[in-house]
Ligand binder design. Structure first.
Ligand code: EPZ
Length: 423
């Protein structure tokens, strides 16, 4: 397995291009299953999760061609041969559950393996299933699979009132509702930009959707959907991640393709910490000129609140802030696994349940550390950028799931970082 070696050095300066959103692409790709017509995605990120979703769609008989070095995904589900998503693929990536709604809506039946949990939590899919049942689906859970059947006339529009916000359940329900007969209302729907991006793509395919981006989405089912070409929205989590590089090291970095509205709650916290953020014609510029950042308290919430996917990275910044910060993780039950690794680098962090109290230190010290999940892996790299000496991050395969060309992007703004085979 590869390792990434980061050597703490001075301020960073330059530009970092931000890719298309992994979490938008992972729901836009299953949308091809809703239509016989071709669906083409541009600005797609080159990530292992995207390759996993490609394999899953191909296992169903869909055509998926990665063009222009993977930035364009040309897909067609005209001749599907299977409506069964096997465990051997689903276990690699829980977003595989997002083929359930589309398969059920278009074919009236589907068998999808239940995704396992993962490092950050049990991550059940009960809200996905309840939403489909509200549209008339009959679901039978056995042998680790969801065996789903629609009523004889197909799914029917219904009222889905989510007890709490779920991004994936909103996406599954939204896609299924586009072909259900009648009107579906999703209450307490997720408002993430990736939901809006999915709705925009479905509308191009002919879906009748209103209210996307608010907590109530109304869908009028249609008989069939057509094809479309859709540009994947910019990845707000990659954007926030790279905005933290100059915040941690000092300097000035422009993240190309990003816009502040994608990360407004995050930017408010950076401002509170004393980091200057401004939108430019090409993206978002972050500058940290002098002095230490100030401690801030952070609570993760569904969009438009502070994103859970930026919590680990923000903790890396707060490890060397002036004062004490409290981070509250309210979305996942076990998302502080980066804390013990940061402590190995000299951070002072006390984790109690869903709260992590971080007391800032002057400087972290480089150390061998281990990535435990996607966002934890990149928080260790960020911490290493300003630490004294070398930080060696192992198990970087976690990183490859969500960040393309990390070494190239960070060395392009002056970071001392390289990827090596495990010594
Ligand atoms: C999406 O996961 C993202 N993944 C996650 O990003 C992100 O952290 C999460 O949304 C929250 O924003 C993708 O989009 C592929 P949820 P998802 O359903 O849809 C519980 C990353 O790093 N829940 O909003 O799985 C669940 O366990 C990844 O890119 C149920 O109990 O998240 C969690 O505690 C990590 N039952 C909470 O709700 C359900 O049926 C929010 O989960 C569904 C979810």
């Amino acid at each position: 397995m590869d390792q990434i070696i980061v050597t703490g050095n001075g301020p960073l300066n330059g530009q970092i291009p931000i890719a298309g959103a992994k979490n938008a692409c992972l729901t836009l790709m299953p949308a091809t299953l809703l239509s016989e017509e071709p669906l083409t995605l541009t600005n797609a990120p080159r990530l292992s999760d995207i390759r996993t979703m490609t394999l899953l769609l191909q296992s169903l008989g869909a055509e998926v061609q990665a063009l222009q070095e993977g930035q364009v995904l040309a897909m067609s589900s005209h001749d599907l041969t299977s409506q069964r998503a096997d465990y051997d693929i689903v276990r690699k990536m829980r977003a595989s559950i997002l083929v359930l709604g589309p398969l059920l809506a278009r074919f009236g039946h589907a068998e999808v393996s239940l995704p396992g949990g993962c490092a950050i939590g049990a991550r059940p899919v009960d809200l996905h299933l309840k939403a489909l049942e509200a549209m008339g689906a009959e679901l039978d859970l056995r042998d680790g699979y969801v065996h789903a059947k629609a009523p004889a006339g197909g799914l029917r529009g219904g009222l889905v009132d989510f007890p709490f916000v779920s991004v994936g359940a909103t996406e599954n329900a939204l896609m299924a509702a586009t072909l259900a007969k009648g009107t579906t209302v999703l209450k307490n729907a997720a408002r993430e930009p990736e939901i809006v991006d999915l709705a925009r793509c479905l509308q191009k395919m002919g879906a009748q959707i209103d209210g996307e981006g608010t907590s109530e989405i109304t869908i009028q089912g249609v008989d069939r959907l057509g094809g479309a070409t859709h540009r994947v929205v910019t990845d707000r989590i990659e954007l926030g991640t790279y905005m933290l590089a100059p915040a941690i090291c000092g300097g000035e970095v422009e993240c190309l393709g990003g816009t502040i509205d994608l990360v407004s709650a995050f930017c408010e916290k950076l401002d509170e910490a004393g980091i200057h953020v401004e939108e430019t014609p090409n993206g978002v510029k972050v500058a940290r000129r002098n002095g230490r950042v100030s401690a801030v308290d952070v609570t993760t919430e569904p969009f438009p609140g502070f994103p859970t996917d930026l919590q680990a990275q923000m903790m890396a910044l707060l490890c060397t802030a002036e004062g004490t910060s409290v981070l509250e993780e309210k979305i996942f039950e076990n998302r502080f696994m980066h804390a013990p690794e940061l402590i190995r680098m000299g951070a002072q962090i006390d984790v109690q349940g869903g709260h992590a109290t971080v007391t800032g230190v002057d400087r972290l010290r480089g150390a061998p550390v281990m990535a435990t999940d996607l966002r934890a892996s990149v928080s260790l790299i960020l911490a290493g950028l300003a630490a004294e000496g070398d930080t060696v991050v192992s198990r970087v395969y976690h990183l490859d799931r969500g960040y393309e060309h990390v070494v190239r992007k960070l060395s392009g703004v002056g970071a001392r970082i390289e990827r090596v085979k495990e010594q």
